[in-house]
Design a protein around this ligand. Structure first.
Ligand code: GAL
Length: 693
């Protein structure tokens, strides 16, 4: 069991009041020093009060082995600090310089075929290299020694997006570390054999030295799923171990400065087990980049809610987002008018007390020259910079009104997110490649939002079992202990929603026997004997199932063969008799102990859930007091501990103007028209309203 670090937040500069932090990654080393004064002028104009410095500056800070040059960094830190702008200082270790990798090519990571990842971009290092660790920690110590008394450095930004490019390393260093990791986890090689089911395909090992990473096995072949799952765990842990070493090197010298590292939490972001990592930072910070198209706002709100769940409702830091287009998709869509401000404030609504961007000034050269920034190529006279200034005003007003330190109000409903279930469901030899953990929680979050409910995203290790209702969406792995938790939650009165593909295997990915979902069958009150995946890759295959309530299932259904005598069947399939699915239960509600469990036996997607949920909520006894515009607006509330400050955020989720009634004083409005009486407003698409009540 991890012990969680105590929450510590970067404190304001001497003489300044506590404010929401606002700024971005600042790379002054990419610009002639003449530009710096203009940067500071513009930062003042935008009300920027913090920048992250030096993230990719190793080569400039340590131009050759053991020779440090802090001159330029001191000059800019001093300029910023005197101008009242705080610094979130990087460990600077994210991208090793050429001299290091030329002298020590053994620090470069290798792919699954053993090919070297050469320098030319960034993060070309392996977490398990003792040589790299020595260099990186020396740099951390030098940074800490140099900045230990500096009053302008308010926090450490350790590394950068660990695992973004170097998540999996298959080198010999990684192999040795993986062997040790297995030994620590399992104790004996027999236990590893057992966990990985190596009796299958003659994979039995006699000794830990026979463990190799899941290296290339030929196209179309199937890697041992237990080993692959453990390699994903190991890779997250190996990077975490490296992060902790860097963090501690800094913390030892500057115990007063809080430390963080930026996560990459989004609806598809499962590079690392961020919930496990969240124990190891003083404050959680996240980088989020919008999904273009119709998911844009919902996906953002969902991800931000999950970050709030990882932060256990303590203030968190939006370390990066974009003012406009990114540069790393095949097509890099711009933001629509209003979205820059709206997106940032949606993170704030979900508990962020800091809004930062990648990056301050848009680069002229290098791989990110077409990535948007706070000061775009067009300069100060631009829509983006005007939005940046507007947002600065908004954040100032919210700070003055006392938003900082308030917390996202607990929702009645928790939707669970589980990193490890995602990793297991990614395997290439599962019932269907169309179903994975990761898509289901977002569908639930959106369907609840369509019904006017803003659910909380809560990690599996979090406190979902303290909510009135909770959803386990494709939580494929359930250990014995988690199964017991499910059991206890419902028997003590919890209202639980469980979907297909939940509780299939234990934490080793050994299937629970006796019918799915094996370990919680009594709670859910259904028994399924077979999966019924759907698809259209062959002519005439079953590609959907109609439900008796009008919803349509795709991709996956359970063949439920029996339900408990107390259970009510809310919907069945209406299918061609020969499919064997006609009349099979699709949605079942089972009373269990003092609680109830709803089982949704197929993939309904957002549409099907929206259609089915009202009945299910009714059957579960969950009150849904709908506001007139439920579904069109996402309503989010942040409250102060003492009930002193209560902020209500209203976001237009749709394509039409929408009217809201409110009680309180309007703090911020963007693309919204407040009526004269001051108790109602019309919010345009991409618009929002923040009210203090
Ligand atoms: C992040 C990274 C930043 C920048 C940004 C661009 O992954 O931390 O340095 O590259 O993406 O979207």
């Amino acid at each position: 069991m991890n012990t969680r670090r105590t929450h510590r937040w970067p404190q304001p500069l001497d003489g300044q009041a506590q404010r929401l932090w606002y700024g971005g990654d600042y790379n002054p080393d990419q610009w002639p020093e003449e530009v710096w004064d203009d940067d500071i002028r513009l930062m003042h104009k935008a009300k920027v009060n913090l920048v992250s410095l030096g993230i990719f500056s190793w080569a400039k800070i340590e131009p050759s082995d053991g020779v440090f040059d802090f001159g330029w960094l001191d000059r800019i830190v001093d300029k910023l600090g005197r101008a009242g702008i705080a610094v979130d200082m990087a460990s600077a270790s994210a991208s090793p310089p050429m001299w290091l990798t030329q002298a020590h090519p053994e620090v470069l990571w290798r792919d699954e075929r053993g090919d070297v990842c050469w320098p030319g971009a960034r993060q070309h290092w392996r977490a398990t290299s003792p040589v790299f660790r020595e260099y990186a920690l020396r740099l951390c110590r030098a940074m800490a020694e140099h900045f230990k008394g500096n009053p302008y450095v308010v926090s450490w930004h350790v590394g950068n997006e660990y695992g973004c490019h170097n998540r999996f390393d298959y080198s010999d260093d990684a192999m040795r570390a993986f062997q040790k990791w297995c030994e620590a986890r399992y104790g004996t090689i027999e236990a590893v054999n057992d966990a990985w089911g190596t009796a299958f395909w003659s994979q039995r090992m006699n000794d830990f030295s026979e463990i190799i990473p899941p290296r290339f096995i030929g196209e179309g072949n199937f890697m041992n799923p237990g080993k692959l799952l453990d390699f994903k765990r190991f890779s997250s842990d190996a990077l975490k171990d490296f992060f902790i070493a860097e963090r501690d090197a800094l913390a030892q010298i500057t115990p007063d400065k809080p430390l963080t590292t930026n996560f990459m939490v989004s609806s598809g972001g499962t590079t690392l087990d961020y919930d496990d990592w969240s124990d190891e930072v003083d404050f959680v910070s996240n980088d989020h980049y919008f999904t273009p198209g119709e998911q844009h706002f919902d996906e953002l709100a969902y991800s931000a809610s999950l970050v709030d769940g990882l932060a256990r409702k303590k203030p968190w830091f939006l370390m990066e987002n974009s003012t406009g287009a990114v540069n790393w998709r095949p097509i890099n869509y711009r933001k629509e008018p209003g979205q820059t401000v709206r997106d940032a404030l949606a993170h704030v609504a979900m508990g962020a007390d800091a809004v930062c961007y990648f990056q301050w000034r848009q680069s002229r050269a290098g791989a990110e020259k077409f990535h948007s920034a706070m000061v775009p190529h067009a300069g100060e006279n631009s829509r983006i910079f005007r939005d940046v200034c507007e947002l600065g005003e908004d954040l100032q007003r919210l700070s003055d009104a006392g938003l900082e330190g308030t917390e996202l109000k607990k929702s009645p409903i928790a939707v669970v997110f589980d990193y490890q279930s995602e990793w297991a469901t990614e395997h290439s030899a599962n019932p269907t490649q169309k179903v994975r953990h990761v898509t289901e929680p977002l569908d639930w979050f959106r369907a609840f939002a369509d019904l006017g409910i803003t659910a909380d995203m809560v990690p599996m290790r979090g406190d979902w079992d303290t909510y009135e209702a909770a959803v386990l969406p494709c939580v494929y792995l359930l250990s014995q202990a988690d199964s017991q938790r499910v059991h206890d939650y419902v028997s003590n009165g919890g209202k639980l929603f469980v979907t297909y593909y939940t509780g299939i295997s234990d934490e080793r990915d050994h299937v629970w026997l006796g019918g799915y979902p094996g370990s919680i069958q009594d709670v859910v009150g259904v028994r399924s004997e077979e999966f019924a995946p759907m698809g259209d890759d062959f002519p005439g295959t079953l590609d959907h199932l109609d439900l008796s309530n009008g919803a349509v299932a795709h991709d996956m259904a359970d063949w439920i063969t029996s339900t408990s005598p107390q259970a009510s069947v809310l919907a069945t399939y209406q299918a061609d008799r020969r499919t064997g699915m006609n009349g099979v239960p699709a949605i079942v509600v089972n009373p269990f102990g003092s609680g109830k469990c709803a089982y949704i036996g197929c993939k309904l997607g957002r549409e099907g859930l929206r259609l089915s949920l009202p009945d299910v909520l009714g059957e579960m006894g969950i009150d849904r007091s709908c506001e007139p515009n439920a579904g069109k607006v996402l309503r989010i509330e942040r409250d102060g501990e003492d009930g002193r400050s209560r902020f209500v955020f209203y976001f237009n989720r749709g394509d039409d103007d929408v009217k809201v009634r409110f009680d309180g004083n309007v703090m911020v409005s963007s693309l919204a028209q407040v009526e004269e009486a001051g108790d109602a407003a019309s919010i345009s698409p991409n618009g929002l309203l923040i009210v203090k009540g």
